[in-house]
Design a protein around this ligand. Structure first.
Ligand code: PEP
Length: 255
């Protein structure tokens, strides 16, 4: 089973819809159509830019896939400020980031909510990118594996093997996010290999199909070494995805 690499730009709370259109167009011009034979590229702008980025991608037949940064699990209702999965699906959103550490830490998202979000995304034929990872204290206390195991089992609770094969996981050590401090490629491989073993133990051979990404201060200087690791299938990229030149260099990690 060969898993196609996937690199997703998480633009977080950056870019108006006009800026997002420009960023998408600039990135498109910096990539070669053949690049997409080696790597799928997802763009996750803020909600207010989703429709604009979708329109640009489709009008110019770009090969990017649209991503969302969050979702609610209910179909509709009195949930002021929330966005339903069906609303994203109608915009041809393919990837939905679920359980990012910023959402867990700043907005208090629980594993119970995250598990509902994962299921809601899959029910709408979109692909959840489940984020898991340990704090610095947890790593220093030797608890990184225990933390990611607990998160994966809680957040994928009740999924079928097929659903696990469709889903994507991003291992994002919290101490590496936005800090300029990247995990050593061998440390990232160790945790990601552990996650794949965990999926295999619980859901069987479908573990070979699940894409597992690394995230945390990825940049053009460190991406090649990360991608060289056998269980790492790509990257979730925050800061380095905001500048199209920089992000193009990350996407074309083999050059
Ligand atoms: C992220 O927010 O998912 C992330 C990995 O951010 P950064 O690349 O800026 O560390």
């Amino acid at each position: 089973m060969t898993r196609k690499n996937l690199i997703v730009g998480n633009w977080k709370m950056h870019a108006t819809h006009l800026e997002a259109i420009q960023m998408t167009q600039k990135l498109h011009y910096r990539l070669d159509p053949k690049d997409f034979d080696r790597v799928d590229v997802g763009l996750a702008p803020p909600f207010t830019a989703l429709r604009s980025v979708q329109t640009v991608i489709e009008a110019d037949h770009m090969q990017f896939s649209l991503g969302a940064q969050n979702v609610h699990w209910e179909e509709k209702g009195a949930f002021t400020g929330e966005i339903a999965p069906g609303m994203l699906a109608k915009l041809n959103v393919r990837y939905v980031i679920v359980g990012h550490s910023e959402r867990r830490q700043i907005f208090g998202e629980t594993d119970e909510w995250i598990a509902k979000k994962v299921k809601a995304v899959l029910a709408h034929d979109m692909i959840p990118i489940l984020c898991v990872g340990e704090t610095l204290d947890e790593r220093e206390a030797g608890g990184a594996m225990e933390k990611v195991e607990r998160q994966v089992l809680a957040d994928f609770e009740g999924l079928s093997a097929d659903q696990v094969g469709t889903a994507t996981i991003a291992y994002e050590p919290i101490w590496a996010i936005g800090t300029g401090r990247t995990a050593k490629p061998e440390d990232a491989q160790e945790v990601i290999g552990f996650i794949r073993d965990l999926l295999r133990r619980k859901w069987g051979d479908v573990a070979e199909e699940t894409r597992i990404l690394y995230g945390g201060s990825v940049n053009p200087g460190n991406i090649a070494a990360i991608m060289a690791k056998k269980d790492i299938d790509g990257a979730l990229v925050g800061g380095a995805s905001l500048d199209p030149d920089t992000f193009a260099s990350v996407v074309r990690y083999w050059i």
